[in-house]
Design a protein. Structure first.
Length: 245
């Protein structure tokens, strides 16, 4: 079965990670660097983002930084306040509930579409991403996987690989935005999580369903996977609020 993504191979693939290729503008550099730092929770929720400090940290001038901040406002990772600058968007129970609702609508449909259009090369890339994630998990001991940069990168690559054959560029772009917003919640909540989560088993079951081309089973497993993230994040946020009071 042909993969529609192959016909537009020259176009940027939103499912891929975010390295900074040569030729990127200063705005692109500022956007990619700041976006990554926010997703990885290097800034606290609600923290003020001062352009002068960011300019020094990321070695870019103020104008590209402001453009990057405005792009992040559009994606919901930063809030803008008239005459009061920019702040990192907060993390709330209401926020993860709303985010989960949208992920269930968009990501499940994107997975079904990807499974319908994915070819042999898509399957090979997916299996490779799953194996890389498994190797990373085997190397981790007591560290929470989500707090490990290598695991987080491979986790993202695995999920993006499941969606990579999606025939809708618009849907693919939404998947990336929603997933990265969820990653920020996962990273923050992992600091306060009390119960462990065996994600490797969830990923393997999802992979098996995808490779067997069972769309209904894969969709249900993805729903369970996303919903489990919501439950764990909600519990962690409530625990964090009690700790901080």
């Amino acid at each position: 079965m042909s993969n529609p993504a192959n016909a537009t191979a020259a176009s940027p693939n939103p499912m891929q990670a975010l390295p900074i290729p040569s030729g990127f503008t200063q705005t692109d550099k500022a956007y990619s660097s700041l976006r990554s730092a926010i997703v990885k929770c290097e800034f606290e929720p609600g923290e003020r983002l001062r352009v002068e400090e960011l300019s020094h940290r990321f070695d870019v001038s103020s104008s590209p930084l402001r453009e990057a901040l405005n792009r992040l406002v559009e994606q919901g990772l930063v809030n803008a306040f008239e005459n009061r600058g920019f702040r990192v968007a907060p993390l709330t129970v209401e926020g993860i509930t709303d985010l989960t609702r949208m992920r269930l609508l968009i990501e499940v449909e994107a997975l079904r579409d990807s499974m319908a259009h994915g070819d042999d090369r898509w399957e090979v890339a997916l299996v490779a991403a799953a194996h890389a994630l498994s190797l990373s998990e085997q190397r981790l001991a007591s560290v929470a996987p989500v707090l490990d940069d290598n695991w987080s990168a491979r986790h993202r690559e695995f999920h993006m690989a499941t969606y990579a054959a999606c025939s809708s560029p618009l849907m693919a772009g939404l998947v990336v935005q929603l997933f990265d917003r969820a990653e920020r919640y996962r990273r923050y909540s992992a600091r306060f999580r009390k119960a462990p989560r065996h994600k490797s088993t969830e990923h393997q079951r999802l992979l098996n369903a995808i490779l067997s081309r069972d769309q209904d089973k894969a969709a249900e497993l993805l729903r369970q996977h996303i919903s489990a993230t919501e439950r764990n994040v909600t519990a962690a946020l409530l625990s964090a609020n009690k700790t901080l009071q």
